[in-house]
Write a protein that binds this ligand. Structure first.
Ligand code: ADP
Ligand code: K
Ligand code: MG
Length: 466
């Protein structure tokens, strides 16, 4: 019964379109007695206000705490699912030990932006989301998650946290676009590079525990409803130990071709060659993000260059296991000093022996103009405009792309976040992206991914609390 309750409450959270509506949805409000409801709501608001100011007070202190450098070993140390109840509790406690500090560091970084930028309603919304998430975690500090009831409630808090921060990117994009008079593109890229990399780690930690929870709880309660994520034997939480990039490319290719069909009325073709049966250990969500963005760029260039009949060729090359790890970011066009000074938490957990995969995406889209090339890694830099017939519509154009992104629709291009954010994902585990343009002909993008490595299991031993 515990597990099935967790399933249904978490499912509700997942289903709720907006995180803030999950506790006080209108339908729930209608069912409640009106007076009661208003009263509750006031109390809720007061409490929320108190929580927030408490969270505010704790930020300077928490932000001074060192960040635990995240390693892959941390994500898998509790074992292969289904976890024992003890291991699941240990995972919850470990997750709780990391998150408040990570959130406080982000809040501090937002506070360090120029005041006029933090006052922008969109940036402020992101800031408030962080304050809110921190306030939902603070009551858990100083107590031990020692039974499954606690673990279920904690997992609900994590699920809400993940949901709250889902739309961060279009909101930040809009905020920084509105503030472009007050902050240089260089400073924006610097902030976002650090912020979005840290966000990758924070979401990974939270999502890992949620995934471990779902794949473990039916184990304690055989009568529980089926888990939302069917059990894959090759998964450990959100990591797939036998991820096949060729399959990801085909499914993302289909999705991006659909978007092209909507935008341009044509479906570009693609072929996968090299060694399509290669598998490696990686986070599928990350690979999907990167591949989708790189295929959007390749397909858009192909169509706009009138080369629809030339397929985009994706070559998969597994790397011999003894290759020396490259410096992340080597060969990339943005000079190192103009990239973020990364927090310790954004540094990739390198596992030097992990076999990697290099994926080359080759298009006949005409390449990148030499004058454009130095800018492509900047957040919000784009050459996309779908309003050629509306003169002077430049920035409204970007805003319309952003609002469609906020509504969960995907545009072929226009946010300008595709390359820099893909690079952040690739570098997270020690890989990288390099763009090679043959101007007048086409573009090669080399995506090098360091596998997360051979996963050594540490059998959970309550005596050592590992
Ligand atoms: P967006 O796609 O939203 O414009 P990106 O960061 O993905 O943002 O790309 C930035 C710019 O880099 C694009 O607008 C385009 O000018 C250029 N670019 C990226 N990939 C390619 C490619 N394969 N062919 C030609 N130009 C490209
Ligand atoms: K860009
Ligand atoms: Mg793009």
């Amino acid at each position: 019964p515990r597990a099935s309750r967790a399933y249904s409450t978490l499912q509700n959270l997942k289903d709720a379109s907006k995180p803030s509506s999950s506790s006080h949805s209108p339908s729930q409000g209608h069912r409640d007695h009106k007076k009661h409801h208003d009263h509750d709501r006031e109390r809720h608001h007061e409490r929320r206000h108190d929580d927030r100011s408490e969270a505010e007070d704790q930020v300077p202190w928490l932000a001074k705490q060192p960040l635990h450098p995240l390693s892959l070993a941390d994500l898998v140390k509790h074992g292969r699912p289904p976890l024992s109840a003890d291991a699941l509790l240990a995972s919850a406690r470990f997750t709780l030990s990391l998150l408040p500090i990570r959130l406080a560091h982000r809040i501090q970084a937002l506070r360090n932006l120029p005041y006029i930028v933090v006052s922008n309603p969109n940036i402020r919304k992101i800031y408030n989301n962080y304050q809110h998430s921190l306030s939902t975690l603070l009551p858990w500090q100083g107590r031990t998650i020692s039974n499954l009831e606690d673990e279920i409630r904690f997992t609900e808090v994590l699920a809400e946290l993940v949901q709250t921060h889902t739309d961060t990117i279009p909101i930040l994009a809009r905020g920084f676009l509105e503030c472009r008079k007050y902050i240089s593109p260089h400073e924006v890229t610097r902030f976002l590079d650090e912020h979005l990399r840290a966000r990758i780690g924070t979401r990974l930690v939270a999502e890992q525990h949620i995934a471990l929870h779902f794949s473990s709880t039916p184990h304690f309660d055989p009568g529980a409803s089926p888990t939302p994520c069917p059990e894959h034997p090759s998964y450990i939480g959100v990591i797939d130990t036998a991820l096949r990039p060729a399959s990801t490319i085909d499914s993302c290719g289909g999705f991006v071709a659909d978007i092209c069909e909507l935008n341009y009325g044509v479906r570009p073709q693609w072929v996968v060659d090299g060694e399509p049966d290669t598998t490696f250990a990686f986070v599928p969500m990350h690979l999907e993000y990167i591949v989708t963005e790189l295929l959007k760029n390749a397909f858009r260039a192909t169509v706009e260059n009138g080369m629809n009949r030339e397929p985009v060729v994706i070559t998969i090359a597994p790397e011999p296991p003894d290759v020396k790890p490259q410096q992340p970011g080597v060969g990339l066009s943005l000079p190192a000093e103009s990239r973020g000074a990364f927090d310790a938490d954004a540094i990739a957990p390198l596992n030097d022996n992990a076999p990697g995969v290099t994926i080359r995406i080759r298009d006949r889209g005409g390449g990148i103009e030499p004058e454009v090339m130095p800018h492509v890694w900047g957040y919000s830099f784009t050459t996309f405009s779908d309003a050629d017939d509306v003169p002077g519509a430049g920035s409204d154009d970007a805003l319309s792309v952003i609002s469609s992104a906020s509504n969960g629709n995907s545009s072929i291009a226009g946010l300008g976040y595709g390359l820099p954010l893909s690079r952040a994902y690739a570098e997270y585990f020690g890989g990288g992206i390099a763009v090679q343009s043959l101007y007048g002909w086409g573009t090669d993008v080399y995506l090098r991914l360091k596998g997360v490595g051979r996963i050594e299991y540490v059998t959970y031993n309550p005596k050592f609390g590992n």
